[in-house]
Structure formats: structure tokens, C-alpha cells
Design a protein around this ligand. Structure first.
Ligand SMILES: [Fe+2]
Length: 374
């Protein structure tokens, strides 16, 4: 097993927290505001005030043979994470590490890979995981959580990331709806397990890098039924019904049962919104300009049939609030701040850049929303 992964998460020097960082994320010309250490945190590699040069960088990267990680203080980590020298992919990786998303995702992946459902598929076994998700929701900046969610993912991470994301989004929605803590937990659990039935779908259909045939689509559409079968008798009925009904639509055009209106319960309605949001933000390619803001527009326009309009409006209201006053990277390469997100045109927010205030358009648009301080 990779020794890297066995190391405990937290290292401290004189009470200050250290974080692991790949040395390649440093850049030529970076002036260190703080000391940096080797990958164990025990050897001082460069003292604060020094400038990183290409030569020094290469030496650092070669310092421990295959181990190209260094350790830096948390403040340095945040500074590097939000610096414009850092690529969007590197920023993403650092953010996922920093927030603990990476570890949660790995834990969920480990569970989903195990087919002995009888052992782990019960409330008591999942309680610590649900508590951890709930504590992220309580303690982290929601935009940091959303930044972990809003990212395209490799195929083999699809299900675990999606399950974690829907759990987080369900938890956020539950809080925005002012539900009591038990209901928040039920919704987080429902998000985590809604697609568990997909683990019963053959790999070649689940991960097919092409359009599915009619027959394959029919198999794929059985996954809510499999979820129900795996969860029955083990969880609160709301969790099970959210899993069975998250693809149902209020107008009766959904699957697997084609139910409509009041037959679709609240947990299923909420999970449906989280499910669609996550699918939309993860499908974009990095070059395209599809940001959460564009997805808000699709929700507002009603591009997705059969959702609960009141829940959609609560979702949009809160999402818009979270993204207002955020730093963004614009298509001209400069930074700006979101001043206002129009409800009926979220795709074109009003941006402040220096002394200029203007609305985005086709030629000048947001490329990336920056989390954490910006
Ligand atoms: Fe699903």
C-alpha cells in the first residue's frame, strides 16, 4: 500500500498546522512568506523570505526520490491555493484535500466497492460517515463545498463523487428549508444511497463511453428499483422512497413507477434537484463556460421537467446568495467580483472589476468562480 496514504492527516509545528503539497505546485519566483519542510514535516527545506527558483524547485522535487511532496503551513497552503499561478486543476485538488472532501470520497468509494451490503448497509454503520458530512456542512464555507462539487470527474470516480455530492447538496437544501436535524440527516443519507442500485448494473453499461441502446437504457433505468431492494427494511422509509423515486417527475413522465404529484414524496423531490444539479455541473468540460450560474439559469427556465417549482426557487434563491460577492476569474484573465446575479438571467451576472461595473456577455464572461478568499 502507498505509504503516503497511511500518514495521519494532521501535522503541527508549535501548534501550527502543516499540510502536504506537491512540490510541483510551487513556481519560479514565489517568495516564501513562511518556512517549508520535507514530506515528513521534520526537515526544514527552505526558510521564509527565500525565493523559489527553477533550480531550487528541481532540487526540492528530487529531494526524496519518488516523494515529491513537501509540507507547508496552512496559511501558505491557502495562499498557494488561491494564487493565479496555480492551475484550476491544482487549485481543485488542493481544495478537495483541504476541506476533507478527498477523504470522504475515498471512504465512500471503499464502501461502494464492497458487495457485502448486509455488513455496512445500515444506519449504525453509516452514522459516523453521515456525522462527518454533517460537520462539513456546519463548519465549511458552502462555496468551498460547492467548489469541490462543481468539477468534472473521471469515469471511475463517478458514482462515489456523485453520491457524496448529492448527500452534501441534500444537506444544504434541508438547511435552507429549515428542517430539523433528524430530517437533515435523513436527506444526507438519502443522497448518499440514492444511486446505490447502480452498483448492481453491469460495468459495461454503467460506464459506457457512448449513448446507451434502448435495451441498455432499460437496464440502467432499473437502478432506483435495485436501490429500493437493497435498502428495504434497513433504513427509514423516507430514505428508501427517495432512492426509488428520485427519477420520478411530478407530471408522471419519470421512472421507474411513473407516479405523479403528491405520490412523489418530499425527500425524492429534494434529491431530484441535487441529482440534476450535480449531473449538470460535472458534465461540463473545463474549456466550456458552463458554470453553476449557467445551471441556475436552466433550472429557472424550467429546462428540467417535473420538478417541484417551490423547492427549485428556494434552491436558486440560496445558491444566488452564496455566489454573490464571490471572486471570479474572467475570460480576459483578470479577476472580478460578482455584484449581482439576476434571477431571470443568472448566466449574465453583474461584475465589478477595478472601478468598472458591467454585465457579462458572450465576449466577456466568468471562466471560474474562485473559492476561499480569492
Ligand atoms: Fe439515479
Amino acid at each position: 500500500m502507498d505509504r503516503e496514504k497511511e500518514r495521519p492527516e494532521e501535522y503541527r509545528i508549535k501548534g501550527r498546522r502543516l499540510q502536504t503539497l506537491p512540490a510541483e505546485f510551487l513556481w519560479d519566483g514565489l517568495i516564501l512568506r513562511d518556512d517549508i519542510f520535507n514530506h515528513t514535516g521534520q526537515v526544514l527545506l527552505l526558510p521564509k523570505g527565500e525565493t523559489i527558483t527553477r533550480d531550487r524547485l528541481e532540487k526540492l522535487m528530487g529531494f526524496y526520490g519518488d516523494n515529491r511532496n513537501i509540507m507547508v503551513y496552512e496559511e501558505t497552503y491557502l495562499e498557494i491555493m488561491t494564487d493565479e499561478h496555480t492551475s484550476p486543476e491544482a487549485r481543485q485538488k488542493m481544495m478537495e484535500n483541504h476541506t476533507g472532501y478527498t477523504r470522504l470520497q475515498k471512504n465512500i468509494g471503499d464502501l461502494f466497492e464492497r458487495r457485502d451490503y448486509d455488513t455496512w448497509l445500515n444506519s449504525a454503520k453509516l452514522a459516523p460517515l453521515i456525522r462527518e458530512v454533517a460537520s462539513k456542512l456546519e463548519n465549511l464555507d458552502p462555496v468551498m463545498i460547492l467548489s469541490c462539487i462543481n468539477f468534472p470527474r473521471p469515469m471511475d470516480e463517478g458514482l462515489q463523487r456523485h453520491s457524496l455530492n448529492v448527500a452534501l447538496l441534500n444537506g444544504m437544501q434541508a438547511e435552507w428549508l429549515a428542517l430539523d436535524p433528524d430530517d437533515v440527516n435523513t436527506l444526507v443519507l438519502a443522497g448518499l444511497l440514492h444511486d446505490i442500485g447502480k452498483t448492481m448494473i453491469p460495468e459495461e453499461i454503467l460506464n459506457a463511453p457512448r449513448r446507451l441502446t434502448e435495451g441498455e437504457l432499460a437496464v440502467m433505468r432499473r437502478h432506483p428499483v435495485y436501490s429500493d431492494e437493497l435498502l428495504v427494511g434497513k433504513f427509514d422509509d423516507n430514505v428508501r422512497m427517495a432512492a426509488r423515486h428520485h427519477h420520478e417527475k411530478l407530471d408522471g413522465t419519470g421512472y421507474p413507477d411513473g407516479i405523479s404529484g403528491d405520490e412523489v414524496g418530499a425527500c425524492a423531490r429534494i434529491t431530484a434537484i441535487s441529482d440534476i444539479y450535480d449531473a449538470m455541473v460535472s458534465a461540463r468540460s473545463y474549456k466550456g463556460a458552463r458554470l453553476p450560474l449557467d445551471v441556475f439559469d436552466m433550472f429557472y427556465r424550467g429546462d428540467f421537467d417535473g420538478l417541484d417549482r417551490n423547492l427549485v426557487m428556494t434552491f436558486l434563491k440560496n445558491m444566488r446568495e452564496r455566489y454573490t460577492n464571490r471572486q471570479v476569474l474572467m475570460s480576459d484573465g483578470r479577476r472580478g467580483e460578482i455584484l449581482f446575479i439576476p434571477i431571470n438571467d443568472a448566466e449574465h451576472p453583474i461584475i465589478r472589476q477595478g472601478d468598472d461595473v458591467r454585465q457579462t456577455d458572450e465576449d466577456w464572461y466568468c471562466k471560474e468562480i474562485l473559492a476561499a478568499g480569492g
